[in-house]
Design a protein around this ligand. Structure first.
Ligand code: ZN
Length: 440
């Protein structure tokens, strides 16, 4: 059901016409430092933007107790007071087309020391084709693209004939509980599109992720009789060594996991945070490490967790010293990876939309990190299209997104909505101008 070429041109032109405004709104959203549990002001901005488009609005605080009943939920170590998801629903007068969820996460990762940035992580400046800022690529440009893609249809005098849920979720970077909570609330559709920064490509497969903390116990004593104590920080080196062995073992199995065989190092264990001891003059009684490890699709989080805890049993220093007590607890993600099965209708619609805009074939690839796509694929059997703009340095200093890539991706999303949900004419040529103004 390819779109009429004239219709396509109208939609694509409508994206161009509002694009300066789209970039300005993305900049405004980036200026809200929506770090974990601090998403409220960014969510408020998005709520207002969706309400202004006439969507049926819903917002709710995440409920740790309800989430805990779901096998895919992450452990919650923070307060969810005031931590809200926002969903705006577009409902056609008569629902004839296929339904769609346009999802994006509003939470951003820590900035690291701000001196490492050229400007402020929140200044949202533009230099050449790059829009800078924490969250610019991951994934505020995508969240905003979802809204402006819809606007383009309106400006072109078209109305989608399928229901669309615009989701702005929290907790994507740590637990995946935001999208999971939206699913628990009952939001489902025939497909989901998530414009994460994926280099103008479609994610075919991705890993699951587990977050955990390992606490190593020591025996404190005055350093003058150091040999009589047990140094938890020294011992932690051996614990890390054991976990690196596990990482190696899992990487050595990559050829058994389709879509991962050509990756250099698909399983990454990240030692993300470490603390321990009380001060310089006591042999440290404790050391704690926060870690993140990936797992292949098809490997359950429970199985991976069992292997992690088994690996931590019976560690000694170089096989000779005293046993090391290392206890692992889950701290966030407990998520399995997923594969987007080839050949689905949603993928075909995205493929033709992408080709129209880019003039080249849509490539798919494997990404060794967590994506909320797994929530929809695994727990609701909804095909998840994770597809989005070119970015650099996500989670790093001077994160940035390519503005021209955002423009093209927005066009693809607009065409995809039209093709997937279907569209009908709502206004004649002169009326279209007025509709366009109102929609924005
Ligand atoms: Zn992301």
């Amino acid at each position: 059901m390819a779109l009429d070429p004239q219709l396509r041109d109208r939609i694509v032109e409508a994206v161009d016409r509002a694009f300066d405004e789209q970039v300005a709104f993305t900049q405004e959203l980036v200026r809200h430092p929506s770090l974990r549990t601090d998403e409220a002001s960014a969510q408020q901005l998005l709520h207002a933007a969706m309400a202004g488009r006439g969507f049926e609005m819903d917002r709710w605080e995440l409920d740790p107790a309800e989430l805990a009943t779901h096998p895919g939920a992450g452990i919650v170590e923070v307060s969810y007071d005031g931590v809200e998801n926002v969903v705006g629903t577009y409902r056609p007068e008569v629902e004839r087309g296929r339904s769609l969820i346009l999802n994006g996460h509003v939470d951003v990762v820590p900035t690291g020391p701000e001196q490492g940035w050229t400007g402020s992580p929140w200044d949202s400046r533009i230099e050449g084709d790059w829009l800078y800022g924490r969250g610019a690529g991951d994934m505020k440009a995508g969240l905003v693209a979802n809204l402006f893609a819809f606007d383009a249809l309106r400006t072109a005098g078209l109305a989608p004939t399928g229901r669309i849920h615009f989701q702005s979720v929290v907790e994507e970077e740590c637990t995946g509980n935001g999208s999971l909570s939206a699913l628990q609330r009952g939001y489902v559709a025939d497909a989901v599109l998530i414009p994460e920064p994926e280099e103008d490509m479609l994610v075919r497969a991705n890993t699951g992720v587990i977050w955990f903390r390992v606490r190593v116990a020591g025996d404190p004593i005055h350093p003058r009789e150091m040999a009589g104590g047990f140094n938890a920080i020294d011992a932690a080196y051996h614990v890390i060594g054991r976990l690196r062995e596990l990482e190696q073992e899992w990487n050595d199995e990559k050829h058994r996991h389709r879509h991962f065989e050509d990756l250099d190092h698909p399983i990454n264990l990240n030692l993300g945070k470490i603390q321990g001891g009380d001060w310089g003059s006591s042999v440290p009684a404790w050391c704690e490490m926060d870690l993140r490890i990936a797992l292949y699709p098809g490997v359950s989080a429970e199985d991976a967790w069992q292997q992690i805890t088994d690996k931590l049993a019976g560690i000694t220093a170089d096989g000779a010293g005293s046993p090391i007590s290392a206890t692992a607890t889950r701290t966030g993600f407990f998520a399995q990876g997923y594969v987007l099965e080839e050949g689905g209708d949603a993928e075909a619609a995205l493929r033709s939309s992408h080709e129209t805009v880019f003039g080249s074939e849509l490539h798919s690839f494997t990404t060794p990190g967590y994506l909320d796509g797994r929530v929809f694929v695994q727990y609701a059997d909804i095909p998840a299209l994770v597809y989005g703009p070119v970015s650099e340095a996500i989670h790093g200093y001077d994160e940035r997104v390519s503005i021209e890539s955002v423009r093209r991706v927005t066009k693809t999303i607009a065409l995809f909505i039209a093709e997937w949900c279907g569209v009908e004419e709502v206004a004649s040529e002169p009326e279209r101008e007025a509709v366009g103004t109102a929609a924005r």
